[in-house]
Structure formats: C-alpha cells, structure tokens
Design a binder for this molecule. Structure first.
Ligand code: GLC
Length: 568
C-alpha cells in the first residue's frame, strides 16, 4: 500500500497487492458497486474480506485508487486521529500501566454475570442484583446488553464466548415465533434468552423472548442489527472469517435484512417502528422513525455489506443494501440533521406547500417546535433529532443514535464534529454528574401523560425519560476517539469513576444532573460494568475502535451543504 497525492493535493491510498488488511473493506466504494456491477463470472464466493474489497473495487481492472483525504487524521483500521494524546501521556497522575482499582472489580463483576449453556459460556445476565425483590427478566441474556460485554471480552482476547453467543442467537432466530395466533417474521432475533438448568436430568434448555413475553409485546428491532454489528466486530477483532462465512451466519444476516429491506408502502428509506422496540423498551413517544433504529440500521447494512458472500443469494441482498444506504444516508443527513441554521430555517417554514418544489416537505408546523430547543441549540454544533415523519419532528436528543451515527459514518466528518461540539457546550444538560443522558430533555405533565401513557417508571428525569445511563459511556468514548476528542471521554470516565463502584454499578441515575441512583435501578447491571471496561480499554488502546467503527464512504458524501456548522 502506498500513499500518493493527486493534482488537488488530496491524498490517495493506492493498494497495489492483495496483501491489504481486513480494514480495507470498510472503505468500500458504494458508487462503484452500484454503478458497475461485477461481471457474473467474478461473483463467486470470496475467500476473505481483503480479497473481497479488492475484487469489488478493481472492477475496471486497474489498481485500486481510494481517495482518502482523511488519511492523515484517520488510520485505515478505526478512524483514529493519529496525532492525539495517548492516554499514557495525558492521563494526569495514573499512567498506562497503573489501571484504576475499579477495573479489577469490574472484571470480577463481569465474570460473575457469565451464563453457561451445556458447559460453554454463551452470554452475560442483564443484572446480578440479589438485593432486588423483583427479578422480572433481568436474569436473562439480552442481545443488546451483551454487546458491551462482548466487546470487553474481544478486547481482552477472549473470543469464544462471543462466538458461542453469536451461534446460539442465530440458532434461536430459527425458532417459530408467535404472539397469540400471529406468526412473527422469520428473521426476528430474540430480545433476550434464558438458560434453564435441570439439576436432576442434568440438562440445559433455552427459552427465548422475541417480544411475545416482553412488556408491551414489541419485537426488538435492534437485536438483529446488534447481532450483525457484533458479528463484524468479532470478525474484525479475530481475523477469523470462518464464522461469518458459515451458512448459518450468512442465512442469519439475510433473514434480518429481508425483514427491513422488503418493499411496502414506504415513501422514506427509514424504518417504521413501534414504540419500545429497542433500548427504550417502553412507550416513550419514539414510535415512527426513531434515530436509534435508523442509525443501527445504517450500521448493520454497512457491516452486512462487508460480510455477505457474493453467491447467488448474497448478491441480491448486496444490490439492495447499496441502494438503501444511498437513500438512507441522504434522508438522514438532510432531514434529521439540526443545527442553528437549520433550526432557524424550520422556524421560518411556510406550510401547506404542495408539489416537488416544497421546501417544508413533511409539512412541519413551526408552532410545534418546543421552546427548549431554541435555548438548547448552540451557535456551533448540531445533532440528529429523535424522529421525523409527516408533520412531526421530535427534537429530543438521543445519545445512542447520535453516537452510532458517528461510529457508522452515517454522520459526515463535519456532522460528527458538530455533535461533539454540542456535547461539549451542553455538558451540564447531557452529562452533568453522570454520563450520559439517554434522552434530553424529559417530558412532563400533559405530554408525559399522552406520550408514555402515564408510565410511573418513566417519570420526568428518570429511567428512559431523561435518566442517565452509564452503559452509554462506551459509545460516547468510541465517538470521542473517532472524532479525535479523547479528552471529552476522559472527563466523562472520571465522573463515572467517582460513583459507579460506590453505588454498585446501577443501571441508571435520575435527576436533571444524573445525581441520584435511579428510583428502580438494578444494582450490578452488567452493561454498566462492561460499558465502563470497554471505555477504559478503548482509551488505553484506541486501535480497539476499529471493531466498532466504520470509515466514511466517499460515495455517500452529501451533494449539498445545509448550514454553516457543517464546515466548522
Ligand atoms: C431495560 C432496558 C433495556 C435493557 C433491559 C435489560 O428494560 O430498557 O434496554 O435491555 O432493561 O437490561
């Protein structure tokens, strides 16, 4: 691999041989895939990510030239800024070889949460809280909750548990799923599963929940996406392509994809969802096109694109993914993005515009803009809002969706920086005393009654309604590293270190500043523990970021500029 400069001074990454690393596939040029389909003969099964990315990109028969103006800022693996301070040089007091005493405690607690099936570790229990009177389903392995555990294990070189989990869950996907008399789509992955040990017959059996037992009876749309994202993380971290290439995993991916790429009445490329279908698994007014799902959808599509085989079945999906990614990135970057300029434009929108020339395409009534957003919006910065649908913009901030947008490169580099600018300038509101708010601001009064159905668990500034979730620390840290702002992550981790262990790793904190242990928060919540470990390990060795981050795809660069903060 060599670096060159073209006539504009833009650097060019030129790959001469087939010896590139597996990270190259992340930079797959979508436009080439879309516009120049490979000749049928060249579509057979590929042996590795490396060869795949090369064969896809060298459609013209020439050497691959990937224009990459970020090459000086981002390493091909993870999009890490090479010039940033290392944790060792700027940790202030504690050096690289002096781990925080909480780290050992966290590992111990994480190991206590391990769940075994027929002698093999297959996941981690959601919470190991003996003091809590009500177990509910916290004694289960949740797919979304296991992701930070899996990343911690991968970063620690313990791959087997992740492999077993991936195989176990894809196996569960194959079960017939029903809610009352209604059969769910084949591709639905479980929200959670449980291992039942029969000490007499010495037998382990699995029970899974696809939504048919869940409070509210909603299928977890995020599970399938997290599964695909984790399969890529495993592949990237181990270099072991054999798992993602198994017929089970290939089929698992295709089944998830057929659920969300099917054609219907949609006029938008975003995915229509019910309330409660993801981390926020209760009614919280996020139905419609929630940012969390759209960002995970985008990331899962990109991960699947890198892992699907180019056989007859895979090929069809690859073409559909490429088209959807183009439409989805355009839609999200244009209509979900909000910054000072855009807010001002919406504030001045005309309504009732008909035809193609409409500026206010979704007929959003400016009077529906909530007062808080005018104060919340900094002059510099921006974010992806919670939801966009006809006559409705949910202006709330959601941390998970915005961090995933950065990690998947759904956000352009300019938008990613703007999101970090916003986090910095709204630190008090979003981080306060405990990182970081799941959503901002809380809904209260009449709005709470209408949107949550009077949910006593989701009262203002509690739980999903403006509560602070330590698990989100790993996502924040990953986003900070990717955007070259590790100092923000360091600040957040320090805050968490002041409380988490002392408070026994709560699930969430309450209050405007996240100061109080959550009203009904579990203790020893596994993803709070694993989230902290992943954040620490990523800061110490930022090359870990590669397993959970995708580089920007130049082919999806926006054609228009909407506002000034994109350029800051
Ligand atoms: C809560 C959370 C959900 C999580 C589950 C298990 O229901 O809302 O996101 O997966 O607990 O920890």
């Amino acid at each position: 691999m060599e670096n060159h400069r073209n006539s504009n001074g833009t650097s060019i990454l030129k790959i001469e041989s087939h010896s590139s690393s597996i990270s190259e596939f992340d930079g797959l040029d979508l436009a080439q895939l879309l516009l120049k389909p490979k000749p049928a003969g060249a579509m057979e099964r590929q042996r590795s990510f490396d060869e795949r990315s090369l064969s896809e990109l060298s459609v013209s028969g020439n050497n691959l030239r990937r224009v990459d103006s970020y090459e000086n800022l981002y390493s091909p693996g993870g999009g890490m800024r090479s010039g940033m301070d290392t944790p060792a040089s700027s940790a202030g007091g504690r050096g690289l070889f002096e781990p925080h005493p909480m780290v050992a405690e966290a590992w111990e607690a994480l190991r206590r949460s391990l769940v075994h099936f027929r002698g093999q570790p297959v996941g981690t229990i959601a919470a190991y809280d003996h003091a809590s009177e009500e177990v509910l389903n916290y004694d289960q392995v949740f797919v979304r909750d296991f992701v930070p555990s899996a990343l911690a294990f991968l970063m620690n070189g313990e791959h087997d548990i992740v492999k077993h989990f991936l195989l176990k869950t894809v196996h569960l996907q194959g079960w017939e799923k029903k809610v009352d008399r209604f059969k769910l789509g084949e591709g639905v992955m479980p929200a959670s599963f449980k291992v039942l040990h029969d000490p007499i017959r010495k037998k382990d059996t699995l029970v899974a929940d696809f939504g048919e037992s869940a409070i509210g009876r909603v299928a977890p749309v995020d599970s399938g996406f997290w599964w695909i994202i984790l399969l890529r993380a495993y592949t990237k971290s181990t270099g072991d392509l054999s798992l993602s290439e198994t017929p089970e995993c290939q089929k698992g991916m295709r089944l998830v994809l057929s659920l969300c790429l099917s054609e219907g009445f949609d006029t938008f490329p975003t995915l229509l969802c019910a309330d409660g279908c993801s981390m926020i698994d209760r009614r919280m007014g996020v139905y419609g096109y929630p940012i969390e799902i759209q960002a995970l959808f985008f990331m899962a599509l990109r991960c699947a694109l890198a892992m699907l085989k180019h056989d007859a079945e895979g090929k069809e999906f690859i073409e559909r993914i490429v088209k959807r990614l183009h439409a989805l990135s355009y839609h999200m970057r244009s209509y979900f993005w909000l910054d000072f300029q855009q807010l001002n434009d919406i504030y001045r929108y005309k309504t009732e515009e008909y035809s193609h020339t409409a500026v206010n395409k979704f007929n959003v009534i400016p009077d529906s803009i909530p007062d808080w957003v005018f104060d919340f919006m900094p002059t510099r910065g921006g974010y992806f809002i919670g939801n966009v649908s006809p006559a409705r913009m949910d202006f709330r901030w959601f941390t998970l969706g915005n961090c995933i947008a950065i990690l998947s490169s759904l956000a352009t580099p300019e938008q990613s920086s703007a999101i970090m600018d916003l986090i910095e300038s709204r630190w008090e509101e979003l981080v306060g005393e405990m990182p970081i708010k799941i959503a901002y601001p809380a809904i209260e009064g009449h709005e709470w009654r209408i949107e949550t159905g009077c949910d006593p668990k989701n009262t203002r500034w509690s739980y999903h309604n403006g509560g602070s979730w330590p698990v989100l620390l790993w996502l924040l840290t990953a986003a900070c590293i990717k955007t070259g702002r590790p100092q923000i992550a360091r600040r957040a981790i320090e805050l968490a270190e002041g409380r988490l262990l002392k408070d026994s790793w709560p699930e969430y904190y309450d209050g405007k500043l996240g100061r109080y242990v959550g009203k009904q928060a579990r203790k020893f919540q596994t993803w709070s523990i694993a989230g902290y470990l992943v954040a620490k390990m990523m800061l110490e060795d930022p090359s870990h970021l590669g397993m959970i981050s995708l580089e920007e795809d130049k082919a999806m660069k926006p054609v228009m500029k909407r506002s000034a903060s994109w350029n800051c």
